[in-house]
Design a protein around this ligand. Structure first.
Ligand code: DQA
Length: 185
């Protein structure tokens, strides 16, 4: 049976809408402009994960942590920027950049495992405070159940939240927490 004029019009409108949706989906610049980045920043010795004290930190590598973070970011609509450095100044500059990116609306925040700098670095404390970045402090191990020198953190007073003791799964929990903190609706 031939379609009526109204039905043909409806069909054309539906086709045009579907074509428009396909265009939007394949528009990467649009995707890039709406998806914020989560920066996962790892400090000294975390490049040794997998071989370093496996009884404390587990047998998975930093590459495994990155894969886990990628999955968690995809689940929460973030792009992932994953980095590791053994140098305090490089971590400080990454935090400065992160503060600027967050202010510009392109970054959701930072998950920081500062490693041993957690317990020593006034400079990282000042960088976090000065940049105004939203930051979650993370530790693979439960630092409070370990040596006394790990009980004090220069990061905690300037962090939004702290995750510790969940093993590397803590990274996924911290990314979920970042999504929770930055949700606007
Ligand atoms: C750590 C705990 C720190 O005390 C230690 O220096 C690290 C790793 C953790 O992830 O449990 O390097 O941050």
């Amino acid at each position: 049976m031939p379609l009526s004029g109204a039905a043909r019009l409806r069909q054309r409108i539906i086709r045009a809408l579907l074509a428009g949706m396909r265009d939007l989906e394949s528009d990467h610049t649009l995707k890039d402009s709406v998806m914020k980045t989560a920066l996962v920043l790892n400090g000294p010795n975390l490049n040794l994960l997998g071989m370093r004290e496996p009884a404390v930190y587990g047998s998975q590598t930093l590459a495994d942590v990155e894969a886990l973070c990628l999955k968690a970011c995809a689940a929460h609509g973030f792009k992932l920027d994953f980095r590791q450095s053994n140098h305090e100044g490089i971590l400080i500059e990454a935090i400065h950049d992160a503060g600027r990116a967050e202010a510009a609306g392109t970054l959701a925040g930072v998950v920081l495992n500062a490693g041993a700098y957690t317990h020593t670095s006034v400079a990282l404390h000042d960088a976090i405070k000065g940049s105004g970045v939203t930051l979650i402090e993370l530790h693979i191990s439960n630092v409070h159940a370990r040596e006394a020198f790990r009980h004090h953190s220069y990061i905690s007073p300037v962090a939004k939240a702290v995750v510790a003791g969940f093993g590397i799964k803590g990274y996924a929990l911290a990314i979920a927490g970042l999504a929770e903190l930055t949700q606007t609706v």
